[in-house]
Ligand binder design. Structure first.
Ligand code: SP5
Ligand code: ZN
Length: 357
């Protein structure tokens, strides 16, 4: 299958993040993308293609315009205000209780406070090249979506930075623009006709962490089914969201499906739950399937607590392929550098065994 990749991702390279109370190296390192590329080349995959440029419109269809403007300007405004060149860090977060006073929170002008207004944690660090990197990461997702829309059985967007934690107006968890949501919305809206009615898209999130941003973006919609397997958020990042009783709201009720999982999940248990998730996707009978592909479910991932072996990843790909749906794979997390390439290539090759391009 075709891989879409932009080397502009390397413009985003924060050095350090707050991790368990200390400053540690940033986990979303630029070499993550290179490692996946190398593994795909070794597996005999075709060389990656550069993304096409869809402009800002498909991004603005998912993200708030003021948030996108913030992402574009935040670094310059921060440095202009005397901020450290290493990147933008919030120094305050909106207080929940401020919502009582008129149902809104004030939007500050101070760059360090504005960063708090548009962030839910400290790890989506904006550096000088972040906007360029995230813009092209989203274009990779859109290009892969277009390839599948044009009739390919599958395509892989090697996105970096990742996206599934980003809300319409919030960054966090190394994510700024929600690549999988941008691709899902584009697919859902680009082909609907009066005659055929609404195009349905299933977004299946298999990153170790709950896709809080994706869930929130589609929470009240029935044209994008969101299904996620993840470490139980009562124990694991991103916390606060991703429980099994979050099912969607309004017209979206029944179109959010969460499978929060216990620590130490092994291969057979995971495949059993993934099969249940796939059954829900099949029942929805979507026109397209988008996969938020994280491999931080791997047993030695520093950010996860599952016990999956590398042998499971081709089986995951095969199970997804058995749905028989046009499938867009979007790269999310995976931080066990040693096995990252093998595990990602495993999912894609397992898919191709069942559904060759
Ligand atoms: C895209 C993605 O995978 N983002 C993940 C962001 C996770 N950031 C916070 C991780 C805190 C993890 N604590 C793990 C403790 C293991 N000893
Ligand atoms: Zn993750």
């Amino acid at each position: 299958m075709q891989t879409i990749f932009s080397d502009l991702h390397a413009r985003h390279h924060p050095g350090l993040e707050f991790y368990e109370g200390e400053l540690k190296h940033y986990h979303d390192t630029p070499n993550r993308a290179q490692i996946v590329l190398d593994a795909l080349r070794s597996a005999g995959c075709a060389a990656p293609s550069a993304p096409q440029d869809f402009g800002l419109d498909p991004i603005l269809a998912v993200h708030r315009a003021d948030y996108v403007t913030y992402l574009q300007r935040a670094y310059a405004d921060w440095v202009g205000d005397g901020g450290i060149p290493a990147g933008v860090f919030p120094d305050v977060f909106p207080m929940r209780s401020a919502m009582r006073h008129g149902g809104r929170i004030l939007r500050p002008t101070k760059p360090s406070a504005l960063a708090g207004y548009y962030s839910f944690d400290l790890t989506a660090i904006i550096v000088e090249g972040t906007w360029e990197a995230v813009y092209h990461s989203a274009q990779c997702a859109l290009t892969a979506a277009r390839i599948v829309h044009a009739g390919a059985p599958a395509a892989f967007a090697l996105c970096r930075p990742p996206g599934h934690h980003a809300h319409a107006d919030l960054c966090g968890g190394y994510c700024f623009l929600n690549n999988a949501s941008i691709a899902s919305h584009w697919l859902a809206s680009s082909t609907s006709t009066a005659k055929e009615g609404q195009t349905r898209v299933a977004l299946l999130d298999i990153d170790f962490h709950h896709g809080n941003g994706s869930q929130d973006i589609f929470y009240s919609r029935d044209d994008v089914l969101f299904v996620s397997l993840h470490g139980d958020p009562s124990r694991q990042y991103p916390y606060f969201i991703g429980a099994a009783d979050e099912c969607g709201e309004g017209p979206g009720y029944g179109y959010t499906v969460n499978f929060p999982l216990e620590q130490g999940v092994g291969d057979e248990r995971y495949l059993d739950v993934l099969a249940q998730a796939c059954e829900r996707v099949a029942r929805y009978a979507p026109s397209y399937l988008v996969i938020s592909l994280g491999v931080d479910t791997y047993q030695f991932d520093p950010l996860g607590d599952f016990a999956l072996t590398s042998a499971i990843y081709p089986r995951i790909g095969a199970l997804i392929a058995q749905l028989g749906l046009p499938t867009v794979f979007i790269m999310e997390g995976g931080y066990a550098i040693e096995q990252l390439g093998l595990n990602v290539a495993g999912v894609l090759s397992g898919f191709e065994e069942v559904r060759p391009s």
